[in-house]
Design a protein around this ligand. Structure first.
Ligand code: CA
Length: 224
């Protein structure tokens, strides 16, 4: 199910036209017409993005979004008829990434999807990004919003791997392999000092976020 966008919409005509349009833009799609199955389906199939209507049978889109956020950082675009809810939707309380007000044009939807994919998922041109962080290989730097900071080659290698597998815990031996890759023996304190520097740099460009977590006795993980 690579490249699949999940469309959650109970109006069959609308979901079908969204699916056809996204298909024409090169995306695979899957349609669910109620809120109950979304979380399990997403867990099993790992969609690249979810277009989520708010008014749904079974379970409303806001509750579905909150449920998804307990286990997934998948980008979510909420579709709403009520403009007054927007702040709540994209805020921490609900956790959507973007929203569209009904009625919306399919062209606009695709533009939003592409913008989110650029921001969160994949940036061509040797840049990898997730959750607003963009790694630039050519410059050996990492950016968040309009702030950029340079990385050493070792810091770059470590961050590239951590960002590539959000939520996965890397132990110190993994990190030594990633950082040096030449079988050299390095002690744990060296790894910790690299991690300390990485976290300090991330704090400088994104003071309000915590991206890299230290797991006591286990290692480190990237989780926005
Ligand atoms: Ca609906």
């Amino acid at each position: 199910m690579k490249n699949t966008i999940l469309i959650v919409e109970d109006e069959p005509k609308l979901s079908k036209s969204i699916a056809e349009y996204l298909g024409g833009s090169g995306y695979e799609t899957h349609i669910l017409d109620n809120g109950l199955e979304v979380s399990d389906w997403a867990k099993a199939n790992d969609p690249i993005l979810i277009v989520l209507d708010i008014m749904l049978p079974g379970k409303d889109g806001v509750s579905v979004c909150q449920e998804l956020r307990t286990h997934s950082q998948v980008p979510i675009i909420m579709v709403t008829a009520k403009t007054e809810e927007i702040d709540r939707l994209i805020g921490l309380e609900v956790g959507a990434d973007d929203y569209l007000c009904k009625p919306f044009s399919l062209r606009e939807l695709v533009a939003r999807i592409k913008a989110i994919m650029r921001r969160y998922e994949y940036v061509p041109n040797d840049k990898t990004g997730i959750r607003g962080l963009v790694l630039d290989k050519a410059r050996a730097s990492i950016s968040y919003e309009d702030r950029t900071i340079e990385l050493t080659a070792i810091e770059f290698n470590i961050l590239e791997r951590l960002l590539g597998q959000p939520g996965k815990i890397f132990n110190r031996d993994d990190l030594i392999d990633i950082a040096y890759g030449d079988g050299r023996i390095v002690n744990d304190r060296t790894v910790d000092s690299h991690m300390k520097k990485i976290r300090k740099k991330l704090r400088e460009i994104a003071p309000e976020e915590k991206f890299v977590h230290s797991i006591y006795g286990a290692g480190y993980k990237f989780e926005p």
